[in-house]
Design a protein around this ligand. Structure first.
Ligand code: GDP
Length: 473
């Protein structure tokens, strides 16, 4: 069973019990569990839900047509205890095996780089340590396929080695062990192997299923073998992506570069990211102005598995956010403002949202008199008075009804924020909902009900107050 509460807390959302989730957040939770989130149209409602245009971030289809899938490079993270040689291994590959083959020609530090081994690309995440790893995992954006656990042959396993093993196992990653510093006279490979075996990593020599390489990042000994093991494991994993799909990429680094503005390094997950592509990334819109590869060269497009620095962010994105290609800048902007509004309202702490239907369960669950708070907006002052009187005349032992406001005029954004802060339901009689109000009502999950027939309105309120409405969910 899923523990949604725990998942929510992990992504920094602290909902009250029974609080409806923002669509955006629901989508994230779905993503963590490998589902695709779709919004249901609530035709049952007399509300505005039907008319609202919902711009959805295109979802990468989970099941891509087989013939469109192409092999993609593995994404490798190096983890291990401090000083055991993570940086040295990364530097060794970077210097000796860069894609262009021009040793020493690499200057850019964009957070990841690629090497070519027997015509096969391998992508290394350049940020050693598991801080970033668990951070990205928590956001459901962990893109690593293979984890290299580095252990110094002279030191043996240390606390951070164990932690790294724990992380990698929990994330169900393919693990390759690199026993480093094998050039040292004090190295003791057998000891390291038995220590690792005690911790669940048994070498294939001893009937286990973990590949080991005995290397030296200093002398370069067996470093080719390590690459070969990575390539083999990648083959076993059958890593594939559709380069023709909607482009999607994960942010692994983000920074502000003087003279260049906001840039972020992403790793393309599917599709092909091209210059000129409009996108959404977290709550921000953007458009790819330029792409820079791991050698500092401007490129036109980036394929799956490739790390690339993207220029064209509106604001600094978060590590772990996904960049998704959008059809147009307009749609990207619109989705961005929807998400920003949702964030703003989450920050305003919209706790439990009342819905008329919820009164039913509140009444059933007991706990004193339930409160039905209403914000009423009508076309004319005459209807305001008539409806208010009729509603207040309804008597219920279980529900107490109060009007936060009752006035003539359309439903505005401020009605919605008022409803959000007082936990009220908004009723409209023969009025329109302003466009901005539609948006914020959606983001804040404020219930808005529209009526054009007086007795329907009164009846529904009565039913709610008598606890007769069935919950919709
Ligand atoms: P990190 O903290 O895991 O990134 O470790 P570093 O890559 O910074 O390496 C720590 C120290 O070990 C440095 O002084 C390296 O020069 C040294 N070192 C790394 N790899 C080797 C190796 O294979 N052999 C020897 N003798 N020293 C190494």
């Amino acid at each position: 069973p899923f523990n949604i509460m725990a998942d929510l807390i992990k992504i920094g959302v602290f909902p009250a019990p029974n609080q409806p989730l923002e669509p955006d957040i629901a989508a994230k939770i779905c993503e963590i569990h490998g589902f695709t989130f779709e919004r249901e149209k609530r035709d049952k409602d007399k509300g505005f839900h039907k008319e609202v245009e919902v711009i959805k971030e295109p979802e990468a289809p989970k099941q891509e047509p087989e013939d469109l899938l192409k092999t993609r490079p593995p994404i490798v993270t190096i983890m291990g205890h401090v000083d055991h040689g993570k940086t040295s291994i990364l530097d060794y590959f970077r210097k000796s095996k860069v894609v262009s083959g021009e040793a020493g020609g690499i200057t850019q530090h964009i957070g990841a780089y690629q090497v070519i081994h027997n015509d096969q690309e391998i992508t290394f995440l350049d940020t050693p340590g598991h801080a970033i790893f668990s951070d990205m995992r928590a956001r459901g954006a962990d893109i690593t396929d293979i984890v290299i656990i580095v252990v110094a042959a002279n030191d043996g396993i240390m606390p951070q080695t164990l932690e790294a093993i724990k992380h990698a196992k929990k994330a169900k990653k393919t693990i390759i062990v690199a026993i480093n510093k094998c050039d040292l006279p004090s190295s003791n490979v057998d000891r390291v192997k038995s220590q690792l075996a005690e911790n669940g990593l048994q070498t294939t020599d001893f009937g286990g299923d973990t590949e080991f390489a005995e290397v030296s990042a200093l002398t370069g000994k067996n470093m080719e073998d390590l690459l070969e093991l990575i390539a083999l494991q990648a083959e076993v994993l059958e890593l594939k992506a559709n380069p023709k799909a909607t482009a999607r990429a994960a942010v692994i680094e983000a920074r502000v570069v003087p003279g260049r503005g906001t840039t972020a390094t992403v790793i393309v997950e599917s599709g092909t990211l091209k210059v000129g592509t409009p996108f959404i990334c977290g709550p921000y819109a953007g458009k790819v102005r330029s792409l820079i590869n791991d050698r500092g060269a401007a490129i036109k497009s980036a394929h799956p598995g490739m790390p690339v620095e993207v220029i064209g962010f509106e604001e600094l994105p978060n590590v772990g956010d996904h960049l998704t290609e959008m059809k147009s800048e307009r749609e990207a902007k619109s989705l961005a403002s929807e998400r920003q509004e949702a964030q703003r309202l989450v920050r305003l702490k919209p706790q439990h949202r009342n819905r008329m239907e919820d009164l039913y369960s509140m009444v059933r669950d007991g706990g004193g008199k339930a409160q039905l708070k209403l914000i009423l907006k009508c076309d004319v002052q005459g209807s305001v008075e008539a409806i208010r009187k009729a509603v207040l005349a309804i008597t219920s032992e279980k529900v107490e009804c109060t009007f936060i406001t009752a006035a003539a005029g359309p439903i505005t954004e401020s009605d919605i924020s008022y409803a959000a802060s007082t936990d009220a339901i908004v009723l409209g009689f023969n009025v329109k909902v302003e466009a901005k109000a539609v948006k914020s009502a959606k983001s804040a999950s404020v219930e808005v009900k529209l009526y054009s027939i007086v007795y329907e309105l009164i009846d529904q309120v009565r039913e709610a107050m008598l606890g007769l409405l069935e919950p919709l969910t």
